[in-house]
Ligand binder design. Structure first.
Ligand code: HEC
Length: 145
């Protein structure tokens, strides 16, 4: 009875923090790795377009790609996915409020970049890509090894 009550309390605590524990942490890590690499790939493509002037018409495609991936990013760090090879710091799970705030900034910066890229207006695109890059760094500085 006591154990069941304690277990129930733990579930309530876990739910109130909004973190689902997963059975297959390695699969979750592999998925996260793929998503982050895809985000990084779009970012490299955009920076190359802007610095070297190639494929200018394709900027918005990459901006939309990051924006779509940003939408799912809050869900790719479930508890239990902090396996050995992960470079995520424990703070991702112990300081969730700050982590979620960094995530919100990223999602907003990605949307701003998407709008800027679709407008084609360089006066918007410059600050937008800087803001987006800053949102990656803002999280990596505090939450990645
Ligand atoms: C809210 C936090 C957060 C934001 C925002 C964020 N990242 Fe990450 N990123 C991480 C964490 C944590 C890891 C380490 C994941 C792991 O190893 O488990 C990571 C890993 C990566 C990796 C390495 C792939 C891997 O899994 O080892 C790349 C590349 C990357 N991020 C690119 C980016 C880019 C580019 C942006 C912005 C456009 C970005 N990230 C935004 C937290 C974030």
């Amino acid at each position: 009875m006591g154990r069941i009550a304690t277990h129930g309390l733990l579930i309530i605590v876990a739910m109130s923090f909004g973190i689902d524990t997963v059975a297959d942490g390695e699969a979750e890590y592999d998925y996260r790795h793929g998503v982050m690499e895809a985000i990084g790939g779009h970012m490299t493509a955009m920076v190359t377009i802007l610095r070297k002037g190639v494929h200018k018409d394709e900027l918005a495609i990459h901006a939309r790609g990051i924006s779509a991936l940003a939408e799912i990013s809050p869900g790719i760090f479930p508890a239990g996915s902090d396996i050995d090879k992960s470079e995520a710091l424990p703070a991702v799970w112990t300081n969730r409020t700050a982590f979620d705030a960094a995530m919100v900034k990223f999602v907003e910066a990605a949307k701003t970049m998407e709008r800027a890229a679709e407008s084609g207006d360089m006066a918007q695109i410059g600050p937008a890509i800087q803001g987006l890059g800053g949102s990656c760094k803002g999280c990596h500085d505090d939450f990645r090894e």
